[in-house]
Write a protein that binds this ligand. Sequence first.
Ligand code: SF4
Ligand code: SF4
Length: 61
Amino acid sequence: MFMPEIEVNFDDCDSCGECVDVCPMEIFSLEGDVLSINHPDECIDCKVCVDVCPNGCISVN
Ligand code: SF4
Ligand code: SF4
């Protein structure tokens, strides 16, 4: 089964929460200013998170 690989450059992430808000599968979550990637196996490869991140820190391949 194809599973997209989600990578986040945490050094450039400023915890804005945009990816948390837009992901239809609720892959991302913020605990305070710590971003987590949850159940990446449910990612549907829509790449909305890649487009919305203002710092360009997300890649989905
Ligand atoms: S590609 Fe789509 S489903 Fe996957 S993490 Fe990004 S917004 Fe969520
Ligand atoms: S959209 Fe980018 S900068 Fe904002 S929380 Fe997500 S990964 Fe971090």
